[in-house]
Design a protein around this ligand. Sequence first.
Ligand SMILES: Cc1ncc(COP(=O)(O)O)c(C=O)c1O
Length: 419
Amino acid sequence: MTEVSSVTQVGAGPRPARWSDLDRLRAISPMCDATIDEVRGRRIRIGEQWLADFASCNYLGFDLDEEIAARIAPEVARWGTHPSWSRLLGNPRIYLDIEERLTELLGAPDTLVLPTITHIHLSVIPALVGTGHLFLESVAHKTIYDGCVMARGMGATLQRFPDGDLDELARMLRATPSGETRMICIDGVNSMTGNLPNLAAYAAVARENGALLYVDDAHGFGVIGERHRDETSPYGSRGNSIVRHVGEGYDGIVLVGGFSKSYSSLLAFLALPTRMKEYLKLASAPYLYSGPSPTASLATVMAGFDVNETRGDALRAELYHKTERVLETVHVRGISTPNTSGLPIIELPLAPGVPIEEVGDILFRHGIYVTLAAYPLVPRDQVGFRVQVTAANQDDEIEELCAVLEQLADAGMLRRIDG
Ligand SMILES: Cc1ncc(COP(=O)(O)O)c(C=O)c1O
């Protein structure tokens, strides 16, 4: 009896105080924890209100692509809706086709696909570092942090270094005993600022100190890629991620990415040496035990590779121009944003003292859907909202967004560059 009542009380008590802002926002804002009733292109309906969606990570618009959707049914007819096996038990051939295609696209030594990046961080970081030393960038994504904490629980040491502070990182690396495993964990394209790390400098520090550089480029894969003189935009070509974009090689780098953003599918990958892949097949729980990605996801990844090859660079050019239009409004109006890359993730902090729910209400009433970034999702001085542009956003939606941003700026609700 005692046991039952204590179990039923789990989660029923007061939440830690630091979650109270987000808890309140969830309760009162139509922009948070919303039920989406209908989707038409990049317009969504919440209750009676239609909104242009700028909270989507489907950067290339593959979620709405008819050529990609048409490829699901034949694969489901071939494999059923869901493969029955964990990957170690048995791999439908489509897995091997995906890894072969991905390895070629990335120009990597080899690739391993697992269901999600979250699965990868939680299982692969502990497996690779063992009882060695982790160096985690202060702004790295929460899922990387969780993987590092898991590794610490299994015997690794964990230190954090300030974002971009390569001198401090080098000092920390030199202070660890030589001969022990060291691993540096960073974001590729940052999910809030839209900016890239100085990957070449990180790779140099890692190599000089015999450390492995582990990079999560969830948001870069599909958007940025190798540079060419005839590229369609500064995002580069082929969308083959940050290592190729900055002209680095994979020596000493493990690249992690996912299909759940640009490719609109449920699958994720590591680019890694073959011997590490073979080791992870037995050391990483998702390969051994996890239910696999549904056939629809495997089919849309394969179709995504084809569309990326034929239309990807044209879509990236569209994405670039639409993003440029939004950033132009931001710059002309003197609105502050950390985005210096021109990539389609535009974070807009609020002016001091402006209530986030009020800004959320204005955006909602004007039919603009964004990601509200409340405390503690971001530090208090960065509370605001994040706009994400996709190639599927129509020009009229972009203009509606720009008009509301101008209105919020005129009302003094957005932080200014000079503020
Ligand atoms: C940088 C980064 N890494 C990992 C994830 C989680 O990816 P997945 O859905 O594949 O677990 C996200 C999702 O928001 C992300 O932004």
